[in-house]
Design a protein around this ligand. Structure first.
Ligand code: KE4
Length: 426
């Protein structure tokens, strides 16, 4: 079933760490070796051995209008034929910036960059530059890319100071990152009390997607907004995953909370290396060349990636979001029915078109809860689904995604396969 993929992996490992260009692709947590993908179209991907899968990874979110959407392909073909990058301003970048400003509540000014990592690392630089403060608060289980300030684990229980969770990150960097617990406003208040006047920003995924799909509880986001207002702290919504996916205006629109800054990625680039940070005029005018906070990029806003992002967002009209919501609800209802009928120790969360099936009966509210999942059983389930032609994210700590091409027939087929795979692993 995976012969050619296995051969390619052995060859790839000779010249690339783990044979991959991003660690999660190596299947380290789920075991086994990853299928090497040959092509994708709509809701499906095909590997080099000819195996076809219904895709719920969607290249970690970007393929929300399906893989290789004809309109996106045609527009990018025309764009690349006019030159792939000029390193100079273009009209297209204005159109994408205006589309983002139109959609994201409170975003007045946008800067296009090349990855979510770049967007997040720059957003905290702007917050630090604008406030003159050094510390940031992030939440355990939230991921904001691989820049040093975010590769921080919670220190010993007593302290809430961060410690590096990757070699190469200095203690000097780690001391300025404080760790709070998602959905636990008291953990944030405690950090504010212990670091009076030193916190520049709070950055969070308003709906976690990097510890499975965890929605904000009750009025958690409202209370965070109020705390930031009280302490003059910049509230940054990392909407790299949720942006333009869970609503036209992302989590800010869905939950009615306006952050001071945003980061975007994935959907906004339509599968090309494009991301963005945005925010209130007063903050974003600190960014060079308007202000002194420096950030730059050779390929930032290149016309091909901008074309892909623009075409994708233009396809995401009200009907598209209505479809994503309906298929998400169908999937969620089906999973809940399986859990109810079988009594298996499972729970599920869904927000719009992102979801997770957790291998714990207690509905998780934070990263610790997800760490208590039966990871071994998840891994068995993952492979059981792969053998059935369903490509899930290769980790309990990732979220699943739907595209506008995932229809009722696909959802019903996957629910059947899910029940069958669960019977196999339980
Ligand atoms: P990139 O640098 O990978 O474009 O974006 C970093 C990032 C920032 N913020 C959020 C909320 C994100 O989810 C991400 C990246 N997400 C992971 C998947 N959970 C990308 C997959 C990978 O690392 O290969």
């Amino acid at each position: 079933m995976f012969q050619k993929s296995k051969e390619l992996l052995a060859r790839a490992q000779k010249t690339m760490p783990g044979g991959v260009n991003s660690p999660v692709r190596a299947f380290t947590s789920v075991g086994g070796s990853p299928p090497f993908i040959d092509s994708a179209r709509g809701p499906r991907i095909t590997d080099v051995d000819g195996n076809e899968y219904i895709d719920f990874v969607l290249t970690w979110g970007p393929a929300i209008v399906g893989h290789a959407h004809p309109r996106v392909v045609e527009a990018c073909q025309k764009a690349v034929a006019r030159g792939s990058s000029f390193g100079a301003p273009t009209k297209l970048e204005i159109e994408l910036a205006e589309e983002i400003v139109d959609r994201a509540p409170g975003a007045d000014v946008v800067r296009l960059v090349n990855s979510g990592t770049e967007a997040c690392m720059t957003a905290i630089r702007v917050a630090r530059g604008a406030t003159g403060r050094d510390k940031i608060i992030k939440f355990e289980g939230c991921y904001h890319g691989h820049s040093d300030s975010f590769l921080i684990a919670a220190g010993s229980g007593a302290t809430t100071l961060g410690v590096p969770n990757s070699p190469g990150v200095t203690k000097g960097t780690a001391k300025d990152t404080l760790l709070a617990r998602f959905n636990d406003i008291a953990s944030v208040e405690k950090l504010f009390d212990e670091n009076k006047g030193e916190v520049a920003a709070i950055i969070l995924e308003p709906v976690c997607g990097n510890t499975g799909c965890l929605p904000p509880q009750d009025d958690f986001l409202q209370k965070l907004r109020a705390l930031c207002d009280d302490h003059g702290v910049v509230l940054i919504f990392d909407e790299v995953m949720t942006g333009f996916r869970i609503a036209k205006g992302g989590a800010a629109e869905r939950y009615g909370i306006t952050p001071d800054m945003y980061t975007f990625g994935k959907v906004v680039g339509g599968g090309f290396p494009l991301a963005a940070y945005a925010g209130r005029e007063e903050l974003m005018r600190h960014v060079a060349p308007d202000g002194p906070v420096y950030q730059a990029g050779t390929l930032s806003g290149n016309p091909v990636a901008v074309t892909a992002g623009l075409e994708t967002l233009r396809l995401l009209d009200d009907d598209a979001y209505d479809h994503l919501e309906k298929t998400g609800a169908r999937l969620e209802a089906g999973m809940k029915k399986i859990i109810e009928d079988t009594g298996y120790p499972l729970s599920t969360h869904r927000v719009g078109s992102m979801f997770s099936l957790f291998f714990t009966p207690e509905s998780p509210v934070d990263h610790d809860d997800v760490k208590a999942c039966d990871i071994e059983r998840f891994n068995q389930f993952f492979h059981a689904m792969l053998r059935r032609g369903v490509y899930l994210a290769p980790s309990q700590f990732e979220a699943g995604f739907l595209s506008i091409d995932h229809d009722d027939a696909i959802i019903d087929e996957v629910l059947e396969k899910t029940a069958d795979a669960l019977d196999e692993v339980f």
